[in-house]
Design a protein around this ligand. Structure first.
Ligand code: GLA
Length: 684
């Protein structure tokens, strides 16, 4: 027998290795932390696995594209049939096409079922991220009904122990769920039509030796996230779109490409996984000037004004905002035709004549005249039954004949697969962008999808939204877009290729935000995490928090203010202005480099931003201490061989060795129940 052929991709910290037996798909031999160059499997996998009792004579290990019905008994990467036939599938030949030095394209054919697939695997040396996607074609005679197609499929080692995923709801995003992995299949599904609050499309797996694996699906729709135990003790992790019955029916000659699956891993645990994801997300983003500019301080009108827009008062607000350092004024919901509550107006994207008799130009000019950018809230994919648009085009709402229209927040969803609908929306938004100096759109999506067409249109609706965003960005390349969906209902690596900020949650309560932001930062970098200073009482929770705490919690993200400045005391206004000034001084450090997160016992959570030689350390106490003396805060990322100058909140304090701070920790002074402290550690 000829020696087996292997294929290998390395990045700085990760390695992927496949074995290529003839006449079948590539077998997964390794996905994990970096192996040295040349470290290859000692022998073909099957030669190391004697046939177990009561087993097929042809052993089928995990491949990149596991099939169904032909001897692989685990979950397949594809479930599809032609009128009940061709349901059993397996790769019969593989052609490997290298693309550059970091990408392999596996051309897999199935000469019996006539369903070829191309799996693209790119291990990016700069981000340590393995990006997988699959293209499936129907080269047979009949329509191919595709029920499931994994975007990618990666192995996990035998000692994978637990998986952290995220659940939640409106006002409570990124609730961490920790599940033990066993021989049962672990599976989460989202069928809400958009990314969703309650099923973030990603997770982190931790192994007994501390190695962590992460994966996230770059997709803003339904999805499946599944980890299954294999016969050899490994597990395999699949992600892909959840498809409704009949949603994908490929005509002969047609093909489908999945969203991308981003996977990474590190022997150093979940923080390194987050760092790789941050790099990967940064690399996916398309900034107006080619690279990120300093993240401007926002003033958003929503919680201060809701629908009760008063133009004169909003101009005063803008003036007051400019005086404390605001850089971008975002006019939220309530500005358009008959939008006096959440029960009318969506679709009628022109200024309300009662609130803005001369249109939005006077306010926009006032804002830009103060040196700030003007931003506008829109919710293009939506339609109020009480709107001129609905009265003119009731058939533009997604619906199923004979079924009731199911409203949520009094609104329906426009069918973005219809070209006339996207043309209308493009025309309306373009008119606003052309006539006003709008530099920014906050793009909302405030409901889950239902009655999504006689034949399910879920995925086409997502592609419709992406296409509309892309068209707007092509026509107005200097406009930035914020992705919002009732807060953080559409946070994912797919939409971020069209957008520049996420509104992480409608909950601005600073205590709640600590947990929400921690979950967010596991997958997304801080500069795109919209974080605002809200009012006290917090509208979402009714809790009161001091200005220093509210501003402190918002500082590492993309900072903003969302309250009626007229209601602040003079002292609070001064404190807010000082915090804005501090954010501007430090944002270039918070928003580049790496992030480490951790917690000490006794309700302290921390995040360090930068590089080990120069770190900003953001420490938050969310509840009063239960200890007489505060716990030390260990900083394992520091350079143990160096001395550090340690200062707190701008004041020089002391020198300490990196080894001491890494092993014993930074002594923590007492902090009140809700407080943020900012430390700087610089290697001397
Ligand atoms: C959603 C958003 C809020 C605000 C409102 C407006 O809830 O998350 O920030 O824009 O819509 O209706």
């Amino acid at each position: 027998m000829p020696p087996p052929e292997y294929l290998c991709l390395h990045s700085r910290n990760c390695t992927a290795i496949w074995e290529l037996p003839p006449g079948e798909g590539p077998l997964w031999r390794y996905w994990g932390p970096r192996l040295p160059d040349g470290a290859m499997p000692p022998a073909a996998l099957r030669s190391q696995r004697p046939e177990p009792s009561f087993s097929l004579h042809f052993d089928q290990p995990l491949s990149v594209f596991p099939g169904v019905g032909l001897g692989w008994f685990g979950a397949s990467a594809l479930l599809a049939h032609r009128g009940g036939g061709d349901w059993a599938q397996a790769t019969t030949a593989t052609r490997v096409e290298p693309v550059g030095s970091d990408t392999l394209r596996f051309h897999l054919s199935d000469d019996v079922a006539h369903i070829p697939a191309i799996i693209t695997a790119r291990l990016d040396p700069a981000t340590d991220t393995l990006t997988l996607s699959t293209t499936l074609s129907n080269v047979g005679d009949g329509v191919l009904d595709v029920q499931w197609l994994a975007a990618g499929n990666v192995p996990l080692p035998e000692d994978a122990q637990s998986v952290r995923s995220f659940s939640g709801r409106h006002n409570s995003e990124f609730v961490a769920l920790d599940d033990a992995l066993s021989r049962s299949t672990w599976r989460r599904e989202n069928r809400r039509g958009l990314t969703s609050h309650d099923c973030f499309p990603g997770a982190v797996v931790t192994c007994a030796d501390g190695t962590a694996f992460g994966a996230q699906l770059a997709w803003s729709g339904n999805h499946v996230n599944q980890i299954e135990w294999c016969d050899d003790g490994r597990r395999h992790w699949q992600m892909g779109e959840w498809l409704a019955p009949g949603e994908v029916r490929l005509a002969p000659g047609a093909s489908i490409t999945t969203p991308e699956l981003l996977a990474t891993c590190s022997a150093e645990g979940a923080n390194s996984v987050a760092q790789a994801f941050h790099k990967a997300i940064r690399a996916r983003m398309k900034w107006p000037k080619g690279e990120m500019t300093p993240r401007k301080v926002h003033l958003n009108t929503w919680e201060g004004w809701y629908f009760a827009h008063d133009q004169a008062a909003l101009k005063d607000l803008a003036t007051a905002g400019a005086a404390i350092g605001i850089e971008r004024f975002v006019l939220d919901d309530g500005w358009f035709h008959r939008r006096n509550g959440d029960d009318a107006g969506l679709g009628d994207w022109w200024a309300d004549a009662g609130k803005y008799p001369d249109g939005l130009a006077p306010l926009a000019d006032h804002v830009t005249g103060l040196g700030m950018e003007f931003g506008l809230w829109v919710e293009p994919e939506m339609l109020s039954p009480d709107s001129d648009l609905y009265r003119a085009h009731p058939d533009w709402a997604l619906s199923i004949a004979g079924r009731p229209l199911l409203a949520a927040r009094n609104q329906l969803v426009l069918d973005l697969t219809r070209p006339e609908v996207s043309d209308y929306l493009f025309g309306r938004i373009a008119a606003l962008l052309e006539t006003l100096r709008v530099a920014y759109l906050k793009w909302d999506h405030n409901r889950d999808l239902s009655t999504v067409g006689a034949q399910a249109l879920y995925r086409r609706q997502v592609h419709g939204a992406y296409a509309l965003m892309a068209r707007i960005r092509a026509a107005f390349p200097m406009v930035e877009i914020e992705a919002c969906a009732g807060g953080g209902g559409r946070i994912d690596a797919g939409i971020i290729t069209h957008t520049h900020r996420f509104w992480a949650s409608d909950c601005i309560d600073a205590v709640s935000r600590v947990a929400i932001q921690r979950g967010f930062l596991q997958f997304m970098p801080p500069e795109i995490m919209g974080s605002h200073v809200g009012a006290s009482l917090a509208h979402s929770t009714g809790r009161m928090q001091g200005m220093a705490f509210r501003a402190g919690v918002a500082t590492p993200g993309h900072f903003g203010v969302e309250l009626d400045l007229r209601k602040l005391t003079e002292a609070e206004t001064t404190e807010l202005a000082q915090n804005i000034a501090r954010y501007k001084r430090l944002r270039h450090r918070f928003h580049r480099g790496r992030v480490w997160q951790g917690e000490t016992p006794d309700h302290i959570v921390w995040q360090a931003h930068g590089e080990p030689a120069s770190l900003l350390l953001h420490v938050t106490r969310t509840q009063p201490t239960t200890q007489r003396h505060q716990p030390h805060l260990r900083l394992p990322m520091l350079d143990r061989a160096r001395q550090y100058r340690v200062s707190r909140d701008g004041a020089e304090t002391f020198m300490a060795s990196g080894a001491w701070l890494a092993s014993v920790g930074l002594p923590m002074p007492p902090m009140p129940g809700e407080d943020v402290m900012l430390w700087e550690l610089t290697a001397a």
